[in-house]
Design a binder for this molecule. Structure first.
Ligand SMILES: [Zn+2]
Length: 205
């Protein structure tokens, strides 16, 4: 009896320590993903959902919506139908954290999602502020209304991929532009769209 009581106490204590730690050093685990056959496996899905303290189904729904595909949770992993770049998955997780986890007032992750009538509210336990969760326009936009092959458009490079290509995230799409640096404005022509991946070539003026 004494033993189990002590264990309980120890357990309760370690839980408290964990919570304090997570809010002080909040680092979302880096996505570990790889392509397996015709699917993409996010190996540490459960770990990521646990760290951001959000419902697995909620995070999964977001990922599927942003990737524009179907998939399933398989134990600690998430499996998406289709081949996706790890950089895209990382970017989606980053926007999930920005939208659904980080308090826009104090920047802390000590938040909860609560439903107020029909609106989803992000409530912050650290500073007490709350805001409606940002509605992402991209999710409701049908594919055909967005980008199509052969289209020419002006884009600004946002980041750089592992292979050294310029990256532009546009709604649910991720666009790769060869020989371009972040911040650079380029005119491109869409050569191919594969799922949410957009391949481009430079368009001449
Ligand atoms: Zn706050």
């Amino acid at each position: 009896m004494t033993d189990s009581y002590e264990n309980l106490l120890k357990q309760a204590y370690s839980n408290i320590t964990e919570i304090t730690e997570s809010s002080e050093r909040f680092v979302v685990p880096e996505a570990k993903a790889y392509v397996e056959g015709k699917t993409t496996v996010l190996e540490n899905f459960a770990e990521i959902a646990g760290k951001v303290r959000r419902d697995q189904d909620h995070l999964m729904k977001f990922l599927l919506g942003e990737l524009g595909t179907s998939g399933k949770i398989d134990g600690n992993r998430a499996i998406f139908n289709g081949k996706f770049e790890i950089s895209l998955i990382k970017m989606i997780i980053k926007s999930y954290v920005e939208d659904y986890v980080i308090c826009s007032e104090c920047g802390k992750p000590d938040t909860r999602l609560v439903k107020d009538d029909r609106v989803m509210i992000l409530r912050c336990d650290a500073c007490g502020s709350h805001r409606p969760v940002r509605k992402r326009k991209a999710r409701t936009e049908p594919v055909s209304e967005n980008l199509e092959e052969g289209a020419v458009l002006d884009v600004e490079i946002q980041s750089i991929s592992k292979r050294g290509d310029g990256v532009v995230k546009m709604g649910r799409y991720i666009m790769y532009v060869a020989n371009a640096k972040p911040g650079q404005k380029v005119k491109i022509k869409i050569s191919r769209i594969s799922g949410s991946i957009v391949f481009t070539e430079r368009a001449t003026e």
